[in-house]
Design a protein around this ligand. Structure first.
Ligand code: 13P
Length: 252
């Protein structure tokens, strides 16, 4: 059975005290929630990962990183390696977020190297993909999604791809308040699962969690999560408020 996952991507928000406060509030809220088959991720900025790991030791919340470099070590000023994350107790990393692609020039080629390095180091990956507004307007969204997945992931073995959590994040829905409708999300998720089944096999396709991200809020989470191929969400803005994040977790 594939896992449900609700992941909070905190992006460049929350200093150390805010990080501690938010974790405390989420932990308190989750005490009364039966998480069953649902994993909960939070992803603070690099400088607060160590504190976040410490503060979540005795609860189900998992701390994930927002990025990492593809080289193992060396003269790469300002970068963070896989080993550095693992050594802190972080076992999962988000790769390919559209903000990394858009503002930091991360191409499919760079992302392929990052994916390979992460897997070599036994890191689990939340791999983000999704089309821009113009792609959708030109009805190219299926093609764009297919090429993002094929270019970066489809060289992986069946065993390797099972360490990847996919996150469909249409760029036009991120931070805009415009959500894909539940049906639009389901349509892409089903398409992705079909691609996985063709490339690997049905069993593999059915074992990979596909999250939706883009303006998920307490008032739309339930409908989106109710769709057959939507296994949870990657949440930006709403993950910064403990009550909203908890409400979204409860919607799954
Ligand atoms: P919002 O939920 O703020 O739209 O952000 C989505 C996102 O980018 C999560 O990675």
């Amino acid at each position: 059975m594939r896992q449900n996952i609700v992941a909070g991507n905190w992006k460049m928000n929350n200093n150390l005290s805010e990080t501690k406060k938010l974790i405390k509030e989420i932990k308190k809220n989750l005490k009364s929630v039966n998480l069953k088959n649902t994993r909960v991720f939070i992803s603070p900025t690099f400088v607060n990962l160590r504190t976040a790991v410490k503060k979540t030791k005795k609860c189900e919340i998992e701390v994930v990183a927002q990025n990492m470099h593809y080289e193992e070590k060396g003269a790469f000023t300002g970068e963070i390696s896989a080993d550095m994350l693992l050594n802190l107790g972080v076992n999962t990393v988000i790769l390919g977020h559209s903000e990394r692609r858009e503002y930091f020039g991360e191409t499919d080629e760079i992302l392929t190297k990052k994916v390979n390095t992460a897997l070599k180091n036994n890191l689990e990956i939340v791999f983000c993909f999704g089309e821009k507004l113009e792609d959708r307007e030109n009805k190219n969204h299926f093609k764009v999604v297919e090429s993002q997945l094929k270019n970066v992931l489809f060289h992986l073995s069946k065993k390797e791809i099972k360490n990847i959590i996919l996150a469909y994040e249409p760029v036009w829905a991120i931070g805009t308040g415009k959500t894909a409708t539940a049906n639009e999300a389901q349509e892409i998720h089903a398409f992705v699962r079909k691609l996985l089944a063709e490339q690997y096999d049905k069993e593999t396709a059915n074992s990979i969690s596909i999250l939706y991200g883009g303006s998920v809020k307490p008032n739309n989470a339930q409908e989106i999560f109710s769709k057959e191929d939507v296994d949870g969400g990657l949440i930006g803005g709403a993950s910064l408020k403990a009550d909203d994040f908890t409400a979204i977790i409860k919607s799954i």
